[in-house]
Design a protein around this ligand. Sequence first.
Ligand code: IMP
Ligand code: MG
Length: 181
Amino acid sequence: MTTKEHDSKIKRVIISEQEIQDAIKKAGAEISKEYDGKPLLLVSVLKGAFVFMADLCRAITIPLELDFMSASSYGAGTVSTGTVRIDFDLKHDISNYHVVIVEDIVDTGRTLKEIVRLLKNRNPLSLKVVSLLDKPDRRVVEFEADKVLFTIPDFFVIGYGLDFNEYYRNLPYIAEYDTSK
Ligand code: IMP
Ligand code: MG
């Protein structure tokens, strides 16, 4: 893809880099306060949440450990396939940790509902979910994150870790993807 084609699909910025960073600072401070003195494990769901994880962990000022897992409910387009596949799993035994799942977006809710079910079965000390974005209009299963940084309408969004066909994850802001043509 040429740079021109790439850029022509970025319709408009909906959350700026500064707005994201401000919200992350606040969330990081809240998490630091809530988990002070507790063994904290941040779990990121790849690939979409990797940028958020990188910034959020640096906004947290208490000791913490990180782990990663990968799941997908989307194929190569903008439409959910309706199934959740765990592509790879955590390295940690989470039973001695307070776990915070760090996600990019709650859309249909399928991915997080399944991951939460899976991880709760492993008896963590506690389990919460923080999501950068929430699209409540798109929900098909009941699911609410414990903390959401931004609630957005039903746009397909790209940037700050979120992709369309693997592109645009490197944008420092959240933009609406142009689904026309
Ligand atoms: P779910 O439908 O809530 O299971 O969403 C699962 C995954 O779909 C998210 O973690 C994202 O990776 C992806 N996704 C959902 N909405 C968008 C979007 O607007 N842009 C890019 N990826 C999305
Ligand atoms: Mg994706």
